[in-house]
Design a protein around this ligand. Structure first.
Ligand code: UDP
Length: 193
């Protein structure tokens, strides 16, 4: 059962719980979307119904940010621990490496994504990075073709919020073989360091 804060859903699942569910959904060919929720996004959602819908229509809303945890304590909710976007991505990278699912990375500046890809390859033995595209690519159709041709099963999109979530919503139907979509904000910058 998901918690709801000012009309915004948040999943109480842990990293492991989410990976387990994603694995099962992938077996059935079902697409999953992961979105990080923090108090700032909950407030944005109050003013912007598009943002609220983007969050609530995602498969997994993770409790990024300590504020959600505090709200859960006050409300006696089900969120017992933080699930940050960057750690969720790290956990999904391990899963992808272990199960030979190719990944695609889209977003951030060219030098950032290149360094992040090198570090991810080094830290996740055997991971298949099917492709990378920096976040300033303009030709969306060409990008969609490139991702489809790459064979990627998971994609991490780092364009900032809500740009990355809008991109995912707009394009997931055009990427039928990609089964996991995570909007990761500044995570490539973290992995590049
Ligand atoms: N970014 C991008 N294309 C854009 C706008 C932003 O690739 O058109 C990248 C930016 O380079 C950064 C990432 O989006 O690596 C996340 O930005 P930010 O930290 O502002 O996002 P947040 O995590 O705050 O949502």
């Amino acid at each position: 059962m998901k918690d709801t804060y000012l009309g915004v859903h948040v999943s109480p699942l842990t990293y492991e719980g989410i990976v387990t569910e994603i694995k099962a959904r992938m077996k059935h060919g079902e697409q999953s979307t992961v979105i990080a929720v923090n108090p700032e996004k909950v407030m944005t959602a109050q003013k912007d119904p598009t943002v609220k819908e983007l969050i609530n229509n995602s498969t997994f809303q993770i409790a990024d940010g300590i504020g959600i945890l505090l709200a859960s304590k006050l409300k006696k909710g089900n969120i017992k621990s933080r699930v940050t976007g960057v750690d969720m991505m790290a956990r999904l990278l391990k899963f992808a490496a272990a199960e030979n699912h190719p990944i695609y990375m889209y977003g951030a500046k060219k030098e950032v994504i290149e360094r992040a890809a090198v570090n991810i390859q080094r830290d996740n033995q055997g991971i298949i990075i099917a492709g990378t595209t920096d976040g300033y690519e303009q030709d969306e159709n060409a990008l969609i073709k490139r991702i489809n041709d790459s064979g990627a099963k998971l994609i991490f999109v780092a364009l900032g919020s809500p740009k990355q979530e809008l991109w995912i919503k707009r394009n997931m139907d055009k990427l039928p073989n990609v089964l996991v979509f995570q909007g990761v904000g500044g995570s490539f910058d973290v992995f590049s360091g």
